[in-house]
Write a protein that binds this ligand. Structure first.
Ligand SMILES: Nc1ncnc2c1ncn2[C@@H]1O[C@H](COP(=O)(O)OP(=O)(O)OP(=O)(O)O)[C@@H](O)[C@H]1O
Length: 219
């Protein structure tokens, strides 16, 4: 369980998040919103990295994969094991197919390979897996690969940000933030193209195929 009530954040004297409330569901919760809308700030508040007003209630362990990560000169296996010693990494290492990187120096991996390691680590360490743009730097095949793995572990709660609207087809819930305010919190099929068009300032058309929802940019 992950519930936020009236979360507000001020940074540098500016109100960055304004009274955000929602409950994440088990499975995949995707946070959408334009650049600078407050997505990363919200994730940082949830993991306790920054101060906030309001209430956050969590059951179970929280894990976090940041969007960008300082690349230490450190063995990949040690990066995975740094922090939570009790996590069962082995099964997730197999699942994500990253055995081949374990003995390598983390700083020598490509950006997509590093991303797969961060996703592996977050999956292994938490029941509430908070990931900031877990698909950025991944190639088209690995994007689908990772989303399918998240779908498989649907007893966990994933809260992920994404600029890729294709992730919505896997999502159990969509959360839309604009200018620090919550614009939408609900099922993907109920999310309207008008709302997305207003938030992003470009035209979207919603398409539903085989019970899945897609949004095409039309202008
Ligand atoms: N320490 C700070 N002081 C002042 N403003 C800040 C600070 N940190 C972040 N901001 C501002 O807060 C806003 C939200 O930033 P945030 O990184 O949460 O956005 P985001 O939705 O994750 O954006 P993106 O999609 O570009 O990653 C931005 O306008 C950013 O410039």
């Amino acid at each position: 369980m992950l519930t936020l009530r009236n979360i507000s954040v001020r940074l540098g004297g500016k109100l960055i998040l304004s009274s955000i409330s929602f409950s994440a569901v088990k499975g995949i919760n995707v946070i959408l919103g334009p650049n600078g809308s407050g997505k990363t700030t919200l994730l940082r508040a949830i993991i306790g990295m920054i101060k906030y007003d309001g209430e956050i209630r969590v059951d179970g362990e929280i894990s976090y994969a940041p969007a960008e990560f300082f690349s230490p000169s450190m063995k990949v296996l040690d990066v995975l094991k740094a922090g939570r010693k009790r996590a069962n990494y082995e099964s997730y290492i197999k699942e994500l197919n990253v055995e081949k990187f374990l003995e390598r120096d983390f700083s020598t991996l490509s950006s997509g390979e590093r991303k797969l390691i961060l996703v592996t680590k977050a999956l292994a360490e938490g029941d509430n897996v908070i990931m900031d743009e877990p698909l950025s730097n991944l190639d088209v095949k690995n994007k689908f690969f990772v989303m399918n793995i998240l779908k498989k572990f649907n007893h966990k709660t994933f809260l992920i940000t994404s600029h890729e609207l294709e992730t919505l087809r896997y999502a159990d819930k969509a959360i839309v933030i604009n200018k620090g305010k919550l614009e939408y919190d609900g099922g993907v099929s109920d999310l309207s193209d008008d709302l997305l068009s207003n938030v992003y300032g470009i035209k979207f058309k919603k398409i539903q195929v085989d019970g899945k929802t897609f949004f095409n940019v039309t202008g």
